[in-house]
Ligand binder design. Structure first.
Ligand SMILES: [Zn+2]
Length: 90
């Protein structure tokens, strides 16, 4: 059998995808909500597709809140959204 990459479920669309195709969103011990692009930061984490739609769903359906076990203020959501879509360099 072929080696399997561990799958993780996106908290937005609930699709299971290989871990390396998902973004890890974490709550740091300091209480900051951020993306962990190294996958090595400490904190309670959840996985999500690098997709604004999934982030929106996760926020609206409170999946992000329950995954991270804390309230997600709208500013934090907006901040995550802006981290997701880096501005195109012109
Ligand atoms: Zn997704």
């Amino acid at each position: 059998m072929a080696k399997q990459i561990p799958g993780r479920m996106c908290i937005g669309c609930r699709t299971v995808r290989p871990k390396n195709e998902l973004l890890r969103v974490i709550r740091t011990p300091e209480g900051q909500i951020t993306f962990d692009r190294t996958g090595k930061q400490n904190g309670r984490g959840a996985y999500i597709c690098e997709d604004e739609g999934c982030l929106g769903k996760a926020f609206k359906q409170k999946a992000l809140k329950s995954a991270l076990k804390c309230e997600i203020p709208e500013e934090v959501y907006n901040e995550l959204k802006s981290m997701l879509l880096p501005e195109e360099k012109s």
